[in-house]
Every structure is written in structure tokens, then in C-alpha cells.
Design a protein around this ligand. Sequence first.
Ligand SMILES: CC(C)(COP(=O)(O)OP(=O)(O)OC[C@H]1O[C@@H](n2cnc3c(N)ncnc32)[C@H](O)[C@@H]1OP(=O)(O)O)[C@@H](O)C(=O)NCCC(=O)NCCS
Length: 185
Amino acid sequence: MILETAQIETERLILRPHVMEDLEPLYHLTAHPDVYRFDPGYRRSYEQTRDILIFRIGEYRRHGMGRMAVVERATGELVGYAGLQLCLYEMPGMNVPAVEFFYGLRRDRWGCGYITEAGHALIDHGFRVLRLPRIISTADKRNTPSINVMRRVGMTISDHALDPDTWVCGVIENPYLRGSTDFSG
Ligand SMILES: CC(C)(COP(=O)(O)OP(=O)(O)OC[C@H]1O[C@@H](n2cnc3c(N)ncnc32)[C@H](O)[C@@H]1OP(=O)(O)O)[C@@H](O)C(=O)NCCC(=O)NCCS
């Protein structure tokens, strides 16, 4: 069973699934050196941005969750991306399936609290509607704005299990869950 999320609305933002028309604004948004500095660490070409967008659209359709466009209500412009993505959290000796809160914002919108606002809404959705047991984020230790976002949405930050010198991991547990994770029911 997949719980489809049409869109999530907050005071200043609309989060909606990506569409191909997002390509142009996404390409320009992610071309800023401050935005690509830690992820992916280089400037993506138009074709690479298109391929990722196609992948993210498909991922969202398959899972009923994934990366979404962050649209500013005041202007109707796409000013960022944020979402809950399936990932493998790498640990020494094993990889653990996890759901990651992931985000990026157009450079001229940094400092307004937009991603914190989006993050609160996404985590609330992840816990109440998707009933996820926990949500994580990872960041380069030098990526202070990203680590600050993790803190503001309520995550506990610690060194990353695989590469504690380079990365941190943020974790927030679902406070509403009552059930067991025993799959046998
Ligand atoms: C990570 C990233 C989205 C953070 O952007 P940001 O603007 O700092 O984060 P927010 O949108 O949550 O805004 C928080 C800032 O707005 C300020 N702010 C203003 N109004 C606010 C409000 N109503 N609510 C919360 N914060 C507010 C906060 O004080 C904070 O500024 P400060 O860090 O100078 O104190 C941005 O740096 C980015 O896009 N980086 C590139 C992509 C990236 O690295 N992504 C993470 C991969 S791990």
C-alpha cells in the first residue's frame, strides 16, 4: 500500500511532487557554487540535472514519497527542493535502509527559514501519515547551514558511523508510534 502525497502546504510554501517543467529552475538553482559545494561537489550539467529529475519523478511515483519541489507561495516560483527519500545508511559492516530528509534552497532565499519550515511539515507528514519509525539526515561536517537545519527540525546530531571525521548524521524518532517492528504481525 502506498500513501500518495499530493502536496503539503505551509505558511509560506507549497511542497509538491516534481514535474518536468521544474528542470529549468532546478538547473539554475543548483548551478550556484554555494548550493553544489557539498552536494554533489561539482556543477551538474543540464543533462545530468534532467536525468536526476526524471529519476526523482519516477521514484516519487513508485514510493508515494520522495523529493518535492519547494514553491514559494508569494511568487509561485520554485525556490528549492526537499523531501523524504529512501536511502541506505552506510555503517561499518552493513548498510541499513533508512528514510532521509533531504533539501536544497536557491541561494537568494537562504536565511528566511524556508527549509526549516518545509522540514517541520515533511517530518510531521512522515511520522503521522507515512508512520515512519525515524527520519535521518546526513551532512558534511563543514556544511554548517545544513547541520543547523537538522537541529532546528529537532534532530539529534552525532558523528556518522562510517566516516566520523567527515560526516554527521541527524536522527529524529517518531514520537507517535505504538506498534512493534516485528514483521510477523
Ligand atoms: C542547507 C540549506 C538549505 C540551509 O539554508 P538556510 O536558509 O540556512 O536554512 P533555512 O531555510 O531553514 O533558514 C534558516 C535561516 O534563516 C533564519 N530565519 C529567518 N526567518 C526564519 C524563520 N521564520 N524560521 C526559521 N529560521 C528563520 C535562521 O535564523 C537561519 O539563519 P542563520 O543560520 O543565519 O541563523 C542551504 O544552505 C542550501 O541550500 N545548501 C546547499 C544544499 C545543501 O547543502 N543541502 C544539504 C545537503 S546535506
